[in-house]
Design a protein around this ligand. Structure first.
Ligand code: R5P
Length: 290
């Protein structure tokens, strides 16, 4: 049976279809003070007649983290023996070490809390693969990037898949391979603050070519905007920004449009209007491989 978190209902529905497993309705409420409450449909759980629950919940914000812990506890309370947790987007993963004295390793803190009431975790394209080691239960990263190729128009002109920084090199390569043709390039990024970055481009000619800039996350849109700006007055045929996790906080969409992005493509690990491809088939494949 598939149990959706409130922020991951579409991907949960897609996964239920992929696996041909029943989808359990959940009611999401808040108490007057803002605290969360979830209620699983007991009749649906009874008629599902299975002892494995697959909880599907992206931890897009702090509230979603709490909701996931509540879902785990509700599953246990329902007497279900085995819990698998699918976290399409794992929040807090970018603070994967203490960057300054006095800071926490936030990725470790949330991983430990999540690991208490589950037997296994799958998470899609975590910011760094090593965050999986912070969970106390077996945890599998599911590579979601190749799905992005399916969201791209088939008619891209001599496409060039650009990584805005070294960390995205493999992502750009993966999308290029899945797309079937084109070349890759890597820019250099220096982070100046939480919202400001500086990007140095390569000298590769992009004139009249379809540029696809690939990253794992678009949050403020700062990285992608700077990568577009770094193209300078070279005239690409089109500019697409592609990411697995479209956080798109604040004015990210307008920032990207004014920077010159013609389109944004993304998966449904975070459910936004640009989430045109689902990671559900990849998650289903990983679950079937168990
Ligand atoms: C950072 O290392 C990540 O890979 C992304 O480049 C970053 O999270 C994007 O954030 P923003 O859109 O705020 O620049």
């Amino acid at each position: 049976m598939i149990i959706p978190g409130s922020a991951s209902q579409s991907v949960a529905v897609a996964l239920a279809r992929e696996l041909d497993e029943p989808l359990i309705p959940v009611t999401y409420d808040r108490f007057p003070d803002g605290e969360r409450l979830v209620t699983l449909d007991s009749a649906a759980i009874e008629s599902a007649q299975t002892d494995r629950a697959v909880v599907v919940a992206s931890t897009v914000d702090s509230s979603a983290h709490v909701e996931l812990l509540l879902l785990h506890d509700a599953v246990r309370e329902a007497g279900i023996d085995h819990t698998v947790t699918v976290i399409p987007y794992l929040g807090y993963a970018r603070q994967d070490r203490a960057f300054e004295p006095g800071e926490p390793v936030s990725a470790r803190a949330v991983a430990r809390a999540i690991g208490v009431e589950t037997d296994r975790v799958l998470t899609v394209t975590p910011h760094e693969r090593q965050v999986c080691d912070y969970f106390d239960v077996p945890t599998t990263p599911v590579a979601g990037t190749r799905r992005l190729a399916e969201a791209l128009p088939t008619s891209l002109e001599a496409p060039i898949f650009i990584a805005p920084d070294e960390g995205a090199r493999d992502l750009a390569r993966t999308v290029r391979e899945a797309y079937g043709h084109g070349s890759t390039d890597v820019f250099e990024k220096r982070r100046l603050s939480g919202t400001a970055v500086e990007i140095a481009p390569s000298e590769r000619d992009v004139t009249d070519r379809s540029v696809v800039i690939v990253d794992d996350i678009i949050a403020t849109g700062g990285t992608m905007s700077e990568a577009i700006a770094a193209l300078g007055d070279r005239a690409p045929e089109s500019i697409t920004v592609a990411c697995v996790h479209p956080l798109l906080v604040g004015n990210a969409r307008t920032r990207l449009a004014t920077a010159g992005a013609d389109r944004i493509v993304a998966t449904d690990t975070i459910e936004r209007s640009v989430s045109s491809v689902s990671v559900a088939p990849l998650v289903a494949e990983a679950l079937r491989a168990d």
